[in-house]
Ligand binder design. Structure first.
Ligand code: NI
Length: 272
């Protein structure tokens, strides 16, 4: 088992060869992929792709970059889209004070509104956080409190999380998983390496963020879900753990987070 917990198959850079991309992922051992929405059109498209491919799941949400575009009717549509059987989370949502492509007030509004949708439809959340760690933490702490979730339940994931180990552990205590992406393989990623080496696998997922963030081996190229193997292999090396353990344990965490347990386990157990 190996799951790419975060990719964007609906990106323009895929399309022509999407079937090949999904085929290569399967060949490299990827048992499931979660294609992540970032605005309304990409959320609708994520569902279409998931409906067409058995091992692809979808999330729906509006990224902080596009927060200024979110309308009240979009919030209602997100709640409707979330009912679709292959939709496993709301995201990616959050705050990005690095690029500030939407005004901060709009980012806050969109973030809070979509967390409310997630609570209403009882789905976990996929979080994008950049240069806004304290602010994101505060909002998510409120969300966790509103949920009053039991301690062993995962309520979301910090996607390609750039924070350090103490910051990561703080999110884990709130009920979040920490997701490790391709940049862990870059020479200068000491902080992320420390996180990937220490966070319990029961709170860790791996991802590509394809077509973005290619791992070192394919740096400069379009990234794709097959390359999540590079991430899992690198994490295994860092931890001195067999690759199979990291692949299997992070897949279990992802399944638990997104509620894939039954369907993915059945598929992995199937003869092929
Ligand atoms: Ni992403």
């Amino acid at each position: 088992m190996l799951i790419d917990s975060h990719c964007h198959l609906q990106d323009r850079k895929f399309g022509e060869d999407m079937a090949d991309v999904i085929g290569r992922a399967t060949e490299s051992g990827v048992t499931a992929m979660v294609t992540i929405g970032y605005d309304m059109p990409s959320s609708r498209r994520a569902i279409e792709i998931a409906d067409a491919h058995e091992n692809v799941y979808a999330t729906v949400g509006v990224h902080p970059h596009d927060a200024k575009t979110l309308t009240t009717s979009d919030g209602e549509e997100l709640a409707r889209l979330a009912e679709s059987p292959k939709v496993v989370a709301i995201g990616e949502i959050g705050l990005d004070f690095f690029r500030n492509l939407s005004p901060r007030e709009d980012q806050y509004l969109a973030f809070r509104e979509q967390l409310a949708v997630a609570r209403a439809v009882n789905l976990p959340v996929v979080i994008h956080s950049r240069d806004a760690d304290e602010e994101v933490y505060e909002v998510l702490a409120e969300h966790a409190e509103e949920l009053g979730a039991p301690e062993d339940r995962l309520i979301g994931v910090m996607h390609c999380y750039p924070g350090d180990l103490p910051q990561s552990l703080r999110y884990i205590r709130l009920g979040f998983a920490i997701s490790i992406a391709g940049p862990v393989t870059y020479a200068k990623s000491n902080v992320t390496r420390a996180v990937a080496g220490a966070v319990p696998l029961t709170s860790m997922t791996v991802e590509t963020d394809a077509p973005y963030l290619p791992p070192q081996r394919v740096r400069g190229q379009r990234n794709e879900p097959a390359n999540v193997r590079d991430v899992a292999e690198f994490v295994a090396q860092l931890r001195g753990t067999p690759y199979e353990t990291v692949a299997e344990e992070t897949a279990k965490t992802t399944s638990r987070l997104f509620g894939l347990t039954t369907s993915v386990a059945e598929r992995a157990g199937g003869a092929r």
